[in-house]
Design a protein around this ligand. Structure first.
Ligand code: G3P
Length: 416
């Protein structure tokens, strides 16, 4: 059999599910063997793949998170667009099979998908029902708005919780998704979908007020900052923080690693911001195919992607992880199987990304070097939470630093 390397960033329960997918595909035929390899965080994984490409030891498949999409699209010599691969291998691959929130995020201007949608998430609210009960809060009602989160988090603190509320992925949740959910632009030009000359504009009064509020809460740990990426997740699992806003894709790990009753809700919003709640945007990752591997491997990659597209495979991945059902068929199948009736909270992610038809502010983000832009935003947020900078000054800095990165990217890609 021909071995096909798949580099990914899925750890914990997610890593187990990735291994299961590969093993099931490998058992379904004998020509190809998918070999998954965990390469660390999303950033570590994509960086490893870029270095490997330079020394010609790249994998055929690499998992890349959503914010590196524009950067990958620009790396034309290194990537094999998935729609071309599937066409070359005569495998079906129609963007219309995917949920609009997913296809819209990853399609090029001609509607072609350059990468394979695999794990799409969106931030949701998790809460600890046992801690709610001890604090005298109604365990059957999830806080819906930021003021309600504040009230509940204060009660949790008074009842002895070390931390009221925390979030993972600070920029993704508190700046990028906060903006989309309140129909505020992160950047001009439809958050970059309209062209590389987009400018970041998220230093507006609503975002600044939200960050200032978190900083104020930080003083008494009503909100407690937990670090970048997924660093906050274990704090909720261990019962330190009663409310956690994090990726829907962490559902499996939360269920596996916590010993309390979990409540679910939508990401909170501020009711005095007109139009809120709009719809959330997706995160997570897609699978990119890299060039310059032997031809036989590409035949196998196409077969593997066709396998991953099967409704029953997609539906199982969605149900076993918390990532969105990426195709309409997987969503329908999951519903028909009664999964949402048996698992309250499991459909919140879908309801949230489809809450209203997306606007230019809530379709997604398509900005070059956004991995670095997000680093700059996270860095500025940390200054605010450490009490070293005002929310306004930090968001102004983040916009300025981010715009410098966008202009560099624009100059490096003059023909796009
Ligand atoms: O933890 P994930 O996989 O849902 O991804 C969250 C962020 O979108 C990653 O950029």
């Amino acid at each position: 059999a021909t071995d096909i390397m798949w580099w990914h960033a899925m750890s914990g329960q997610l890593g187990k599910q990735v291994d299961k997918l590969a093993a099931a595909f490998n058992a379904s035929q004998s020509d190809f063997r998918i070999v998954p390899a965990y390469k660390g965080s999303y950033t570590e994984t994509v960086t490893a793949a870029i270095f490997a490409f330079r020394s010609r030891s790249q994998p055929a498949i690499v998992q890349v998170n959503e914010i590196a999409t524009a950067t990958m699209m620009a790396a034309r010599g290194a990537i094999y667009p998935v729609f071309e691969l599937m066409r070359d291998q005569s495998e079906a691959f129609a963007p219309s099979a995917y949920l609009p929130a997913v296809a819209g995020y990853y399609a090029d201007i001609d509607g072609n998908l350059l990468s394979f949608p695999f794990n799409a998430s969106t931030p949701i609210l998790y809460y600890n029902k046992d801690m709610f009960r001890s604090a005298g809060l109604d365990p059957d009602v999830a806080p819906k708005t930021w003021p309600e989160v504040g009230t509940a988090a204060k009660r949790l603190r008074s009842a002895g919780a070390p931390c009221g509320v925390t979030t993972s992925w600070p920029s993704w949740i508190n700046v990028e998704n906060y903006s989309a959910f309140h129909n505020l632009p992160l950047a001009t030009r439809a958050n970059g979908f309209g062209g590389l000359d987009a400018q970041l504009v998220f230093n507006n009064p609503q975002v600044v007020r939200h960050i200032a509020r978190l900083a104020e809460w930080q003083g008494t740990k009503i909100f407690d900052y937990s670090g970048r990426g997924q660093a906050a997740e274990p704090r909720f699992q261990k019962g330190e923080c009663g409310i956690f806003i994090g990726s829907s894709g962490t559902r499996a790990d939360i269920k596996a690693n916590s010993n309390f009753e979990i409540g679910y809700g939508m990401m909170p919003y501020d009711p005095d911001v007109q139009g809120a709640p709009q719809n959330s945007i997706i995160g997570g990752a897609t699978l990119w195919v890299l060039r310059d591997r032997p031809a036989a491997e590409y035949a196998g990659v196409a077969k593997f992607f066709a396998y991953l597209s099967r409704p029953e495979v997609q539906a199982a991945w969605h149900q076993n992880t918390g990532y969105l059902p990426i195709t309409r068929a997987a969503f329908d199948l999951t519903r028909a199987q009664g999964f949402y009736d048996r698992n309250p909270g499991a459909s919140i992610s879908i309801e949230e990304v489809t809450l209203k038809p997306p606007t230019d502010n809530s379709k997604g983000i398509r900005l070059g070097s956004f991995v670095l832009v997000r680093d700059a935003i996270d860095d500025e947020l940390e200054q605010v939470f450490a009490g070293k900078r005002s929310a306004q000054a930090a968001m102004d800095n983040a916009v300025e630093r981010g715009n410098r990165l966008l202009r560099q990217f624009e100059r490096a890609n003059p023909d796009r």
